[in-house]
Unconditional design. Structure first.
Lengths: 608, 231
C-alpha cells in the first residue's frame, strides 16, 4: 500500500512538473474577471479559448529575472508577468483593485490596512502562496536596505517612515501606517516573490551569504527551471538577442466567468529586435502579432491591413503626460523688474485671453497629423482621477471640462477690457500704462514643441500681441523655468495615474510650481484651496471622495490657467485580427510599461 | 463506439475534401499564372503562389525564374519568394540612404521601398508626400512614395482621406505616376475593406483596363490577389 502511495505521489509530482497541470478545480478564492458581463468594464472583452502562441516584439534583451532589482522595462515586461501583488491597477479602467488580496479593510483611524489574501493559491512550482511570502517580499526584500530595490522610495510616508507589515495568520497581513496616506495603498501591494526559493539569498535571513547576494540572484545565467512566480506566465527559454519564451503558470489564479483558467495563450514569445523599424517590418511580415505603432507607420500600415487581416487602431485615447504653455507670473520678481508685466500675467483675465488664442484643433491637425487630442486639465487623460470622468475610473465624458475655446475675437475683447491695447498706433498692443509690451516665447529644440510655438506665435501676433518665438537649449529653458527668469515657456510633463505624484507641480510650495513660485509665500485663497484638496485627496482611502477632491483641484487649476494645456498625442496600436481582445490595448491598460496589451486576456481566434 | 468511429470518418472525410479543394485551387492558380495573358491577372495569381514557390524551389531556381519565368505572374512569384528568402525588407533598411537611392535609380523597387520606409517620418502629411512625388526623379521612388501617399488617401486615414469618386478620377487622370499609384493604393484599400467585388467582376475590370489605365488595373490586381487568397 505504501509503495502504491509513493507511486501515486511520484506520478502526481511528475504531472505537475512535466505536464504543468495545475489546480484540480478552480480555487474557491480564484480571481474571476467579469469578461463579457454587461454593466462592467469588461463588458466588451471576449471570452477566449486556451492554446496557441502569441508573438510580440521587444527592442531590448532583459537584464535579469529579479522583479525587485529590475530597473528597466525590458526586464519588467517579463517580471511583471511572472509576479503579482496584493493590489493592482485594473486592466481596463486603471483603477486600483484587489489582486492577490481578495479584500482589504482600513481601520477607522485610517492607520491600519488589513489584507485578506486569496486562500489555497500556489506558486508555479506548486508550493503554497501565503502571508509569509507577503512579509518576505515587503519587509525582507523591498524595505531591506541591503536590496537594490526600485520601489522602496514609493513606500515612504509623508513623515519619512515606512508602513509596518506583519503577518496575522497564513492568509492575513496587516500594514500599520504612522499617518493616513492613500497613495501608499497601491505601493504596498508590491509584487510577491517566493520566500521558499529566495530567502536563502537574503543576508538578514541567512547570514551565511554576504550582504547584497539577493541583488545577484535570478540573473540571466540562472537555470530557468528554478524560476518560480505567481503571475500568468513564467519564463522558460531565453536566447540572447533572439527571443524570450514565457509559458503559462499552471497555478495562475485568474479565471474567466466560464471557468477557464487564464491566461488563454499557452505561450508568449518575445522576439528581440534591433529597433522599432524592425519590429514594424516583422509585423508586416506576420512574424509578430502586435506592434505599438508610431505616427510615421500609419501611411504604410493602413492600406495593408484589410488585405493582410490586421487592424490599425487609431484611437482617440490620449497618452499620459501633459503639454502646456506658461506665462511666468513671477517675471522680474528676482531682480525687481517688470512689475507691470508681472501684474498683467497675474491677471487671470489676461491668461484667459491667451487661452482663447490657443488653436488646439490646428495643433492636432498640423503638428500631430490628426493623431492627438486637446487637453484641458492637469491630470493625464488615462488616469482614473482625470476630471473628464464622472466617477473614479469611469468612462470619459468630459462633462466636467473647463474649456477655453479657440476664439480670437473673444481674446481680443478680453485684452481690450484689461487695457492691453495699441496705445501708440504701432500695430502692437501695449501694457495698460502705454509702455510697449512684447512676449518672448521659448521652448527647446523639439520638433513638436517648436511647431506648437510657431502656431501660437502666429495667433498671438494676429491678435496684436508682439510675440517672438525663440528656441533655447533644454538646460537654458529649465534654468529659466526654475529661476523665474522666463517669460512665456512651452514645455511638457510626464504623467501617471496618481494625482498625488503631481503635488510638487500644483501645490503652492511645489518644486515645479514654476508658473508662480511666489505662491509658496503668498498663497491666495485658490492656492490654499488647491493645497488643501491635494492633502484631502491623499489623506482618504475613499477613492470616490479622493476623486471628488481631485476633480475640484483640476477645475480650479484649469480655470486659473497657471499651466495652460495644449494637446497630447493619441495612442496607436496595430494587431492581427486573429488575436482576440488585442483591440482592448490602451494606455490605461499599461500600468507596468507593457505597451498596453492585455496579454493574459488575449487569445487566438483561430482556435475557436 | 460506432458513433465515435462514424464521427472520426466524417472528420477525416471533411479534412480530405478541404485538402482536395485547397490543392484544387492551388492547381487553378498555377494554371492562371502560367496561361493567363493579362499580366495583372497573372500577377494576382502569382502573389498567392509566393509561399508555394518558397517551399518548392531553391534560391538558384527562384533567381532564374524571377528573370526568365514565362509569365509576369511566375516572375513575380519567384521574385517575391526570393525577396522573402533573403529576409524581406530588413536587410535593405539597414543600408544607408545614398546606397538605397542609387539602387533604386538602377531600377530596384525594393531598394526604393526601403528608401521611402527609412524616410517616412518626413512624409506624415499628404502635401509633403505629394511634393516629394512632384520632385522625384526616380521612377521606383515615385512608385514607393505613391504607395505611401495611398495610405494617407485611403479609408481610416486621420489626414488626407479622399472619397472613392475623387480617387477614381485621380487613378486615371493623375498628373504623375506617383499620384496615380497613390489613388490605386487607396482604392484597393476601400474595395477590400468593403468586400466590393467578386472575382469575375474584378477579372472583367482588369481586362477592360489592362494596358489602357494601368494604375486602375493595378488597383484591381491587388483586390484580385486578395480574393484569390480567400479561396
Amino acid at each position: 500500500m505504501r509503495k502504491i502511495l509513493l507511486l501515486v505521489g511520484l506520478v502526481l509530482a511528475l504531472g505537475v512538473t512535466v505536464f504543468g497541470q495545475g489546480y484540480d478545480e478552480m480555487p474557491a478564492d480564484a480571481l474571476v474577471y467579469p469578461i463579457g458581463v454587461a454593466g462592467t468594464a469588461y463588458e466588451n472583452v471576449e471570452l477566449g479559448v486556451r492554446g496557441g502562441t502569441l508573438y510580440v516584439p521587444n527592442i531590448e534583451d532583459p537584464r535579469g529575472w529579479n522583479n525587485h532589482t529590475a530597473h528597466e522595462t525590458s526586464t519588467t515586461w517579463f517580471t511583471y508577468r511572472m509576479h503579482k501583488g496584493l493590489m493592482a491597477l485594473d486592466h481596463i479602467t486603471g483603477a486600483i483593485v484587489v489582486d492577490l488580496a481578495k479584500s482589504y479593510e482600513i481601520s477607522e483611524d485610517g492607520l491600519v490596512i488589513t489584507f485578506h489574501m486569496r486562500e489555497g493559491l500556489k506558486w508555479s512550482d506548486g508550493e503554497p502562496l501565503t502571508a509569509d511570502d507577503v512579509v518576505f517580499s515587503y519587509v525582507d526584500v523591498v524595505l531591506n536596505e541591503d536590496v537594490d530595490c526600485n520601489s522602496r522610495d514609493s513606500q515612504i510616508l509623508p513623515d519619512g517612515t515606512f508602513p509596518v507589515c506583519e503577518k496575522i495568520d497564513d492568509y492575513t497581513v496587516q500594514y500599520t501606517l504612522s499617518t493616513i496616506y492613500r497613495p501608499v495603498l497601491n505601493a504596498i501591494g508590491v509584487n510577491l516573490m517566493p520566500k521558499h526559493k529566495l530567502a536563502q539569498y537574503v543576508h538578514k535571513l541567512n547570514p551565511d551569504v554576504p550582504a547584497g547576494t539577493f541583488n545577484e540572484t535570478w540573473t540571466l545565467d540562472m537555470p530557468l527551471e528554478e524560476l518560480v512566480g505567481c503571475g500568468p506566465y513564467i519564463v522558460t527559454d531565453y536566447q540572447p538577442n533572439v527571443s524570450v519564451t514565457m509559458e503559462r503558470n499552471p497555478y495562475y489564479y485568474a479565471y474567466d466567468p466560464a471557468g477557464t483558467q487564464l491566461p488563454y495563450y499557452d505561450k508568449v514569445v518575445n522576439q528581440i529586435v534591433a529597433n522599432q523599424d524592425v519590429s514594424m517590418l516583422k509585423f508586416r511580415n506576420g512574424e509578430v502579432d502586435v506592434y505599438g505603432m508610431r505616427p510615421e507607420d500609419i501611411a504604410i500600415l493602413l492600406p495593408e491591413g484589410p488585405a493582410k487581416g490586421f487592424t490599425t487602431m487609431i484611437t482617440d485615447k490620449a497618452r499620459t503626460g501633459t503639454t502646456w504653455i506658461m506665462p511666468n507670473q513671477d517675471i522680474g520678481l528676482p531682480d525687481d523688474t517688470n512689475a507691470e508685466k508681472r501684474a498683467l500675467y497675474r491677471n487671470v483675465e489676461f491668461r484667459e485671453a491667451i487661452a482663447h488664442l490657443l488653436d488646439k484643433d490646428t495643433m492636432v491637425q498640423n503638428v500631430l497629423n490628426g493623431l492627438g487630442t486637446a487637453q484641458w486639465t492637469s491630470e493625464s487623460i488615462p488616469s482614473p482621477f482625470y476630471a473628464g470622468r464622472d466617477e473614479y475610473g469611469g468612462p470619459i465624458t468630459d462633462n466636467n471640462a473647463v474649456v477655453f475655446e479657440y476664439d480670437p475675437a473673444l481674446a481680443q475683447s478680453k485684452l481690450d477690457a484689461i487695457g492691453v491695447v495699441d496705445a501708440d498706433g504701432d500695430g502692437w498692443r501695449d501694457l495698460p500704462s502705454g509702455e510697449p509690451f512684447s512676449i518672448e516665447l521659448n521652448t527647446n529644440d523639439n520638433t513638436l514643441r517648436v511647431a506648437y510655438c510657431l502656431i501660437m506665435q502666429d495667433d498671438f501676433r494676429a491678435a496684436g500681441l508682439n510675440a517672438n518665438f525663440q528656441v533655447v537649449d533644454f538646460n537654458t529653458l529649465v534654468g529659466k523655468l526654475f529661476g523665474q527668469t522666463g517669460d512665456f515657456i512651452m514645455l511638457g510633463l510626464t504623467g501617471g495615474d496618481e494625482p498625488n505624484s503631481g503635488k510638487n507641480v500644483y501645490t503652492s510650495c511645489g518644486s515645479l510650481h514654476a508658473y508662480r513660485y511666489s505662491a509658496c509665500e503668498e498663497p491666495d485663497e485658490i492656492d490654499q484651496r488647491i493645497d488643501e484638496l491635494y492633502d484631502l485627496g491623499a489623506n482618504t482611502f475613499d477613492l470616490g471622495a479622493a476623486f471628488d477632491y481631485y476633480v475640484e483641484a483640476q477645475q480650479l487649476l484649469s480655470a486659473q490657467l497657471g499651466y495652460i494645456y495644449l494637446c497630447q498625442p493619441t495612442y496607436l496600436y496595430v494587431y492581427y485580427d486573429y488575436v482576440g481582445n488585442a483591440g482592448l490595448a490602451s494606455p490605461t491598460s499599461s500600468p507596468h510599461g507593457d505597451n498596453g496589451l492585455l496579454t493574459e486576456l488575449c487569445f487566438d481566434r483561430r482556435l475557436l | 463506439m460506432m458513433k465515435r468511429n462514424g464521427l472520426r470518418a466524417l472528420g477525416l472525410a471533411t479534412c480530405v475534401v478541404v485538402l482536395i479543394s485547397a490543392i484544387g485551387f492551388a492547381v487553378e492558380l498555377y494554371d492562371v499564372v502560367a496561361n493567363e495573358s493579362v499580366p495583372e491577372i497573372s500577377k494576382a495569381a502569382g502573389i498567392n503562389l509566393v509561399s508555394d514557390y518558397l517551399a518548392t524551389h531553391t534560391a538558384e531556381e527562384l533567381a532564374d525564374l524571377a528573370i526568365n519565368g514565362a509569365t509576369p505572374g511566375i516572375r513575380l512569384a519567384a521574385d517575391r519568394a526570393l525577396f522573402e528568402a533573403n529576409g524581406g525588407l530588413v536587410p535593405y533598411v539597414a543600408l544607408d540612404q545614398d546606397t538605397l537611392y542609387a539602387m533604386a535609380a538602377a531600377g530596384d523597387q525594393d531598394a526604393a521601398d526601403a528608401w521611402v520606409f527609412n524616410a517616412r517620418a518626413s512624409y506624415k502629411r499628404p502635401e509633403l508626400a505629394e511634393a516629394a512625388i512632384a520632385d522625384s526623379k526616380v521612377v521606383t521612388i515615385e512608385v514607393s512614395l505613391g504607395r505611401l501617399l495611398g495610405g494617407l488617401y485611403g479609408p481610416g486615414s486621420p489626414l488626407g482621406m479622399k472619397a472613392k469618386e475623387e480617387l477614381l478620377r485621380l487613378v486615371v487622370n493623375g498628373e504623375s505616376l506617383g499620384l496615380r499609384v497613390a489613388a490605386a493604393t487607396a482604392l484597393t484599400t476601400y474595395w477590400i475593406s468593403e468586400s466590393a467585388f467578386t472575382i469575375p467582376q474584378v477579372e472583367r475590370a482588369i481586362r477592360a483596363n489592362s494596358g489602357i489605365n494601368p494604375e486602375l488595373a493595378l488597383a484591381h490586381q491587388d483586390v484580385l490577389a486578395y480574393l484569390y487568397g480567400l479561396e
